[in-house]
Design a protein around this ligand. Structure first.
Ligand code: GLC
Length: 507
């Protein structure tokens, strides 16, 4: 008979204070499954909120793991490296579990293990100062070796923790080797033989490509397994993980379809097509408590979908803060993005001056390629009354911009899922997106935003002009932004899809 699970309430972290307000409207159904009957899931990833984040991956790891644990059916644990950038306020709360030594080819490296429980999810942190005591997460000459060590450590800590997952869910190339080692070295051992692996692609652009010369000396992969990871005369870790995993997935149904095509696949399309029988596309959700216009303390004034008076204050204060004329009836178009070309910035630079002929204001937030950073700085200098370019990464300002704008522009050339268009909706800001990847799956024309199909600057211009025109019709605009704000981007639906996928894998 089922007994009830003990649910711990976590009020420890500062992040929890800002992102998990006490008052919750929706109550997530928790079924009662005995602890020992819960399916054991281990997420392997290179970043996770609230501890360390460079992009959307971290949010998905943090919020999907929590959503799965909340169903009450899974024992969910997450393992990431212990980077020195993880703030002291978190580290101070971690529990040191012990250490072991991890073998990798001729190396034998120290591996400390720390843990921390948050909202029903146990996080493990792999400590090795030689690999992870450096600023940032990536971009080092030895990233291949760092994540090989991390992946090997993931398998080595299982006996140490006495935790063998039923599904090891690996995310992006940094975790690909965990799936590969499972199949090449570990699954022959009794305790490991029932572990299934799921590999999720968050971005196919980064595949972990290395010279074949270091296959055994660095990655410790025997020659007989070379065929698994070899691709175009190199080692390709993402390719290897796709080959060896029972299933692989990506973060929206549309992107799952797109990556079968050479235009999107960065060279991996033949591999995706060969393995498409085990490919799934599951749209990401967002942490809908963390992004909540009613409770977010970063906003100038809170509001609700039913009473948007506070949104007008958010807009006015934003204009004041950014030195733009305080005009309540001039639509603010915003972009919060890495300033890199696949975000569609070449479309923007092509036609934005035509957009600026209309009565609009443009707010940019983000950092990236020098070419785009200087373009927007220069644009702001030339249109001081219309353009505000904020070439920084600033979480507080991002929420002020999401809530204070009217229109959110996201014309990506490719977008596996994208979170910003969903966040904009949560703050009743109407997105304009290009129909690609998760943008296509989350934004529906006239229902909760505007879309355009072809990667073409004038198609985008046409839709922006349409939105700016529609904005003048106050009554209709109010309805549209209400629908945007009411779009359901919670994890409920997607967590169910992962649940079904795990169960299918365990059959
Ligand atoms: C990557 C993708 C982005 C996606 C995120 C989380 O950053 O580029 O589209 O939303 O991963 O899956």
């Amino acid at each position: 008979m089922a007994t009830s699970t003990t649910k711990k309430t976590t009020t420890k972290t500062t992040a929890a204070k800002t992102t998990e307000p006490a008052a919750e409207k929706k109550v997530t159904k928790t079924v009662t499954v005995k602890q020992e009957d819960k399916k054991k899931i281990l997420f392997v990833a290179s970043e996770a909120t609230p501890f360390i984040q460079t992009g959307g991956l971290a949010e998905v790891i943090g919020s999907l793991s929590t959503a799965l644990a909340k169903t009450g059916k899974f024992d969910v644990r997450v393992v990431i490296p212990l980077y020195s950038d993880i703030k002291k306020e978190f580290r101070d709360k971690f529990t040191y579990l012990g250490n072991l030594y991890v073998h990798l080819a001729w190396r034998n490296q120290y591996c400390g293990v720390f843990s921390y429980e948050k909202e029903g999810v146990i996080f493990y942190f792999i400590d090795n100062e030689f690999y992870f005591k450096r600023p940032g997460c990536y971009g080092y000459f030895d990233d291949g070796e760092r994540f090989a060590f991390f992946s090997r450590a993931v398998l080595e800590i299982m006996p140490f923790l006495n935790f063998y997952p039923e599904v090891m869910h690996c995310h992006d190339w940094q975790a690909a080797l965990a799936a590969i080692y499972l199949k090449t070295n570990y699954c022959f051992r009794q305790e490991y033989q029932f572990i299934r692996s799921l590999f999720t692609i968050h971005n196919i652009e980064y595949q972990g490509q290395y010279s074949l010369d270091i296959l055994s000396s660095l990655f410790d992969i025997y020659g007989k397994y070379q065929y698994l990871v070899e691709y175009n005369n190199s080692i390709n870790l993402m390719k290897g993980a796709i080959e060896v995993s029972e299933r692989f997935s990506t973060v929206s149904p549309k992107y799952a379809d797109e990556i079968k095509d050479a235009y999107f696949a960065h060279g991996l399309d033949p591999i995706i097509r060969n393995n498409q029988f085990k490919l799934r596309g599951i749209l990401n959700g967002i942490d809908d408590k963390g992004y909540n216009c009613e409770l977010d303390s970063h906003l100038f004034k809170n509001f609700t979908p039913d009473d948007m008076s506070g949104k007008a204050v958010c807009k006015q204060e934003l204009q004041k803060m950014l030195d733009l004329p305080q005009k309540p009836d001039t639509p603010i178009i915003s972009m919060i993005s890495r300033l890199v070309s696949h975000k569609g910035l070449d479309l923007v630079t092509n036609v934005i001056e035509e957009v600026l002929q209309d009565d609009v204001q443009l707010v940019i937030l983000g950092t990236g390629d020098y070419q785009y950073e200087s373009y927007f700085r220069d644009l702001a200098r030339r249109y001081p009354d219309k353009v505000s370019a904020n070439i920084v990464f600033n979480g507080d300002l991002s929420r002020k911009i999401y809530s204070g704008s009217d229109i959110f522009l996201m014309p990506s050339k490719s977008e596996p899922c994208g979170l910003s268009q969903m966040i904009a909706c949560r703050y009743a800001t109407v997105p304009i997106v290009r129909e690609t990847g998760g943008l296509y799956d989350s934004i529906k024309p006239l229902e909760n935003g505007y879309t355009f199909a072809n990667y073409n600057a004038h198609d985008m211009l046409y839709v922006i002009r349409k939105a700016v025109e529609d904005y003048k019709n106050k009554k209709e605009w109010a309805k549209l932004r209400y629908r945007a704000a009411m779009s359901d981007f919670s994890w409920n639906k997607s967590a169910k899809e992962y649940e079904a996928l795990y169960l299918e894998m365990l059959k």
